[in-house]
Ligand binder design. Structure first.
Ligand code: UDP
Length: 329
């Protein structure tokens, strides 16, 4: 069985990837420092507890297992925190990633799949956002993702390291079996917060601004199901294994839903009241972020299987209603 190193495999996206790989005949080997990840989410292969800043550990892992490719999901991803603690973000998301890449080069592992972000584009000048849209990130988090993309270009030229950077729009939903799901502490993402409100764990959901130039005045985002992200990673992996060149791809549905629509849909699914509270806009939030994924469709053969918002929230609800306390329970 082919070994894939999943850095950050105890996290939300990484754990779904592990399940997907195991179901498709691969052995996911997880390296996670468990700062935000959950031990309980690692069920489909070994867990190595440690950090990519530890070159010695990395070398041991590459010596012990014959690793075919590396998928890198480990990053700090709180935009607000990245503004107040940029050093932490540049160190973890950029410097430590360079460390990982250097060891890969030394150990002759040349296939890398990177979790990038639509945050690399910054304020959109055109919707839908294609890969050709200018990349002008407006916060340190987005800059760390863009820097790694650029570093990967340099590593390809210098060392032949081939990579696919996947620019996620809003990752959402959960494993349709309800086995694993989204459990961030602290939670800042809209859908889990809305579902926690439905569960009565929060008094209300704050809507960050209802005076945007959109139909209902709330922000529009492109929500993409976690398993569709896993599909795209798997297609990217096959592309690299087959010796094809890497690339950079948007991963979104190409369809936007407003914050109001998300709450309304969650009300229908949960059958519970979800009180709202309109508050100030959140700094740095563009009115609309919707991506075009035509490139991923054409070159990777990717087609989202769970594109509708109802299914996305329904799968998330399956997890949240089953494990209201998250993995702790
Ligand atoms: N949002 C909101 N209230 C919240 C959290 C988020 O109104 O408590 C809005 C936010 O302004 C954005 C959308 O929901 O328009 C999605 O935000 P999230 O933080 O989930 O993802 P982001 O788009 O920031 O990556």
């Amino acid at each position: 069985m082919k070994n894939i190193l999943i850095v950050g495999g105890a996290g939300y996206i990484g754990s779904h990837m592990c399940k997907y790989l195991a179901n498709n005949g691969y052995n996911p080997i997880v390296l996670d420092n468990l700062v935000y990840g959950h031990k309980e989410a690692v069920r489909w292969g070994p867990l190595i507890e440690g950090s990519i800043s530890d070159s010695r550990l990395l070398k041991q892992i590459f010596s012990k297992y014959q690793i075919v490719a590396v998928m890198h999901f480990a990053a700090f991803c709180y935009v607000g925190e990245s503004m107040t603690a940029p050093a932490k973000y540049y160190r973890n998301n950029v410097a430590d990633t360079i460390n990982l890449l250097e060891v890969m080069v030394e150990k002759n592992v040349s296939s890398f799949i990177f979790s990038s972000s639509c945050a690399t584009y910054g304020e959109p000048v055109e919707i839908p956002i294609t890969e050709k849209h200018p990349q002008n990130p407006i916060n340190p988090y987005g800059r760390t993702k863009l820097m790694v993309e650029q570093i990967l270009d340099d590593f390809k030229n210098a060392y032949g390291l081939e990579s696919v950077s996947l620019r996620y729009f809003n990752a959402a939903g959960a494993d349709p079996d309800g086995e694993i799901g989204e459990d961030h502490k602290p939670e800042t993402h809209l859908i889990p917060l809305v579902l926690q409100t439905a569960l009565g764990q929060r008094k209300s959901i704050s809507i960050f601004g209802d005076d945007y130039p959109t139909k209902d005045g709330t922000c529009i985002r492109d929500y993409i199901h976690i398993n569709d992200l896993a599909d795209a990673h798997f297609l990217a992996l096959k592309r690299l294994i087959n010796g094809l060149p890497g690339g950079k791809y948007n991963l979104g549905n190409g369809d936007g839903y407003s914050v109001g629509k998300v709450i309304e849909t969650a009300c229908k699914i949960t059958g519970k009241p979800i009180p709202i509270n309109i508050v100030e806009r959140r700094p740095g939030d563009p009115a609309v972020l919707v991506g075009s994924s035509k490139k991923a469709a054409g070159e990777l053969g990717w087609k989202p299987r769970f594109p509708d918002l109802y299914t996305i929230i329904e799968t998330a609800w399956k997890w949240h209603s089953r494990y209201p306390e998250g993995y702790k329970a």
